[in-house]
Design a protein around this ligand. Structure first.
Ligand code: ADP
Ligand code: MG
Length: 354
């Protein structure tokens, strides 16, 4: 986590390059990878041709102090994450992300080297997921850093998964494991507080790599979209888990007009998440339900797809949809039934005093 401090040793003012010089500098090595990207950076608008497919569009705005904290977020990771979380939204529609456009606003406190770091992370994510960065806008800010990413994806009309498609009896499935990113965030916040109290203490983050990585460098599950397609399974509804499992379950229930029952002992966790939760004296299920930023996929499938889904590695069936409209509950490990509320992760509520 030394990237932020390293770059303080050299500093090029943005004004030295100017807006156009900066854009050119940041985008000169971009090579378009997707045939749907007809024209990228350099004209007044990008040209995209998703012939035969429907176009999926989603945007996310990340604000310093609300969505990220630069005291412990390396800029390269921030760039990577800004792209990754957007790709996750396209995966959640059962689509293929293809292009991104990036809006960035920064104050003069950031040198060119800082933006280079952000772009390095963004382009790393683009390369990994075969996405073209086809345009953007660059402007100044009087306070803090803002990054807005718009992602453009595609899907055949018949493949698109909405939140509204699930029916009572459908199985509720989740990819990967949950709660890790929130545990990573709590660790980083704890170390920040310790450092504030005593700048001489060394961060104690050994053995926690997994949860830190899940917080700082999430990976969108575009692979699950491919695996489901290969298995011949089309989810009846789907959403990505950005605000905690409880909140996303409620979204699926509301949109589909159904209820849901999940089982605590079916929620998937990584061992490092369990250890970290233990050290914070937190119940892992609560972390999964109310934490955030897992960027896993939550989806429902017909019961008749049970065998096919069971064969796919990295997918857990955690419950089923019910006729109890708008009502979700969880059967705990000691067989109690508790109602779920969508506390989730509301950036506006949590940080209302910013
Ligand atoms: P205009 O004034 O017509 O909006 P700009 O000068 O903002 O044009 O942008 C010129 C070109 O550079 C456009 O193709 C735009 O998409 C691209 N661009 C601007 N800012 C960025 C950025 N931060 N990242 C990538 N491309 C950018
Ligand atoms: Mg512009």
């Amino acid at each position: 986590m030394s990237e932020l401090t390293e770059q303080e040793s050299y500093r090029t003012e943005i004004s030295k390059l100017g807006e156009f010089g900066l854009i050119d500098h940041l985008t000169k090595n971009i090579e378009l990878q997707n045939s749907s990207s007809r024209t990228g950076v350099g004209d007044d608008a990008a040209v995209i041709d998703h012939e035969g497919y429907q176009t999926l569009v989603s945007v996310d705005l990340m604000v310093e102090g609300v969505h990220f904290d630069l005291t412990y977020t390396p800029l390269k990771h921030l760039g990577y994450k800004a792209i990754a979380v957007n790709l996750s939204d396209i995966a959640a529609m059962n689509g293929e992300p293809q292009q991104v456009v990036v809006g960035i606003a920064l104050s003069s406190r950031f040198p060119v080297e800082a933006i280079e770091e952000i772009y390095e992370g963004m382009l790393m994510a683009c390369k990994r997921y075969k996405i073209d960065l086809v345009g953007g806008d660059t402007t100044s800010s009087t306070s803090g850093l803002f990054i807005s990413v718009t992602v453009i994806g595609r899907a055949k009309a018949e493949d698109i998964c909405y939140r509204k498609g699930s029916a009572a009896g459908d199985l509720l499935c989740v990819s990967g494991d949950l709660g890790a990113a929130y545990m990573g965030l709590l660790l980083l916040e704890r170390e920040k507080a310790a450092f504030k109290a005593n700048p001489n203490v060394q961060p104690d983050l050994e053995g926690f790599d997994y949860v830190l990585e899940r917080q700082l460098k999430p990976e969108p599950r575009t692979d699950i979209v491919v695996l489901l397609k290969e298995a011949g399974v089309k989810p009846t509804s789907m959403i990505d888990i950005s605000d905690g499992l409880a909140s996303e379950i409620m979204h699926l229930c509301k949109a589909s007009g159904v209820g849901c029952r999940i089982y605590e002992d079916k929620i998937p966790f990584d061992p490092v998440t369990l250890n970290t939760a233990d050290s914070f004296r937190m119940v892992p299920a609560v972390v999964a339900l109310n934490g955030g930023e897992d960027y896993e996929l939550l989806f429902t499938v017909k019961q008749s797809d049970f065998e096919k889904v069971r064969q796919i590695k990295g997918i857990s069936i955690i419950g089923h949809m019910t006729e109890n409209k708008g009502h979700a509950d969880m059967v705990t490990s000691d067989s109690q039934v508790i109602g779920l509320t969508a506390q989730g992760w509301d950036a506006l509520k949590n940080k209302a005093d910013y």
